[in-house]
Design a protein around this ligand. Structure first.
Ligand SMILES: [Cu+2]
Length: 151
């Protein structure tokens, strides 16, 4: 995976996908993050969720935490089927297999932004720092899409 400048990456993604999805960022440490987004959330103090695909072009890694100025209580979550009811549950880490990927998507794994510090307005960019066990910290920006967006 060649490293390219964030500006060039954004410009290319904007041409190819004007709806959004320009949070794409490649790291030198063998992780490629693509398709990141959040959903617009109308009220302050509500929670928000972040989604993306994290691919490893090298060894296995684990997403162990994240930080964002958009919330005061970031958690890693998944959904579990509890007698037919889908419930969110906190997880310690999200595994990215060697040469494979972890998909964070609605109804599954996600970044949970608890105690939002600001309203998530459609069109905004939310700075997020992902913390990986091996790759360390990776800064990205997640575009805010309309409420209910699936990708
Ligand atoms: Cu959640």
């Amino acid at each position: 995976m060649k490293r390219r400048s964030a500006i060039l990456g954004c410009a290319m993604m904007f041409v190819l996908a004007p709806i959004g999805a320009f949070a794409q960022e490649a790291t030198a440490s063998g992780l490629a993050i693509s398709g990141g987004f959040m959903r617009a959330s109308p009220m302050v103090a509500a929670a928000g969720a972040g989604f993306m695909t994290i691919r490893s072009t090298g060894p296995e890694d684990r997403l162990v935490a994240f930080r964002s100025p958009a919330c005061s209580q970031p958690e890693l979550h998944t959904h579990v089927n509890d007698n037919g009811m889908m419930r969110m549950r906190q997880v310690d880490a999200i595994d990215i297999p060697a040469g494979g990927e972890a998909v964070l998507q609605p109804g599954g794994l996600h970044l949970m932004f608890i105690n939002l510090t600001e309203t998530l307005e459609e069109g905004a960019q939310v700075p997020v720092t992902l913390v990986f066990e091996k790759a360390g910290e990776v800064a990205i920006e997640l575009p805010v899409k309309r409420a209910g967006a699936m990708n």
